[in-house]
Design a protein around this ligand. Structure first.
Ligand code: GNR
Ligand code: NI
Length: 173
C-alpha cells in the first residue's frame, strides 16, 4: 500500500480525460488500495484516479465516519438522475476552498466492481454528490468550473501563490 501525491488546481494534468479500464487485474486492485489509503489519510470522502495522475476511469468513495463503507467504482456511468441538491463542496485538489454546487439529488450508477462484476447501485444525498464530483474528475472537470470566472480565478491565484511558497520552502529545508 502507498499513499499517493494529490495533484492540485491549476495543474493541467487534472484536465486529462481518463480512459476506460480494460481489465480488472491485481495491478488495478493495487491502485484501488492506494486510492483508499490516500483518501482516508487526506482525509476525504472520495478520490478519483485522475487526482493522483493515473488517467483510468476509477474512483473510490466512503462517506461513513468510520471507514466502514468503502466503494470502488470502475468505468462508472450514470444511467438515471433525479432532483437537484445544493451542497457546499470541497476538493482535495482545491485545498481550503468550499463553495456551493448544484447536482442531481438521486442517481443510479452502473459500474464494474473490484472483482470485475457489473453492478448497478442507487445513491442519494452526499454519496450521490460525491460520485458525481468524482466522475467529473474523470472528465477533467473540477467543482470550481461551476463557479464564476471571478471566483475561480481568485482561487487559482491564491493556490498558485501557496504552491510557490511551499516549493521555495522545500528547497530551503
Ligand atoms: O473530501 C471531499 N469532500 C467532499 C465534500 C462535498 C462534495 C464533494 C466532496 S469530494 C472531496 C474529496 C475529493 O476531492 N474528491 O475528488
Ligand atoms: Ni475532488
Amino acid at each position: 500500500m502507498a499513499k499517493l501525491t494529490i495533484l492540485e488546481f491549476p495543474d493541467p494534468r487534472l484536465r486529462t480525460r481518463a480512459s476506460p479500464v480494460e481489465s480488472v487485474d491485481d495491478g488495478l486492485r493495487s491502485l484501488i488500495d492506494d486510492l483508499f489509503e490516500t483518501m482516508y489519510e487526506a482525509p476525504g470522502i472520495g478520490l478519483a484516479a485522475t487526482q493522483v495522475n493515473v488517467h483510468k476511469r476509477v474512483l473510490v468513495a466512503d462517506i461513513s465516519a468510520d471507514k466502514s463503507e468503502p466503494l470502488a467504482l470502475i468505468n462508472p456511468v450514470i444511467v438515471e438522475k433525479d432532483g437537484v441538491t445544493a451542497t457546499e463542496e470541497g476538493c482535495l485538489s482545491v485545498p481550503g476552498y468550499y463553495e456551493e454546487v448544484e447536482r442531481a439529488e438521486h442517481i443510479r450508477v452502473k459500474f464494474t466492481d473490484r472483482l470485475g462484476d457489473d453492478v448497478e447501485m442507487e445513491a442519494e444525498g452526499l454519496l450521490a454528490v460525491c460520485i458525481q464530483h468524482e466522475m467529473d474528475h474523470l472528465e477533467g472537470k473540477l467543482f470550481v468550473d461551476y463557479l464564476s470566472e471571478a471566483k475561480r480565478s481568485r482561487i487559482r491565484k491564491k493556490l498558485v501563490k501557496e504552491q510557490r511558497y511551499r516549493s521555495a520552502d522545500a528547497v530551503a529545508l
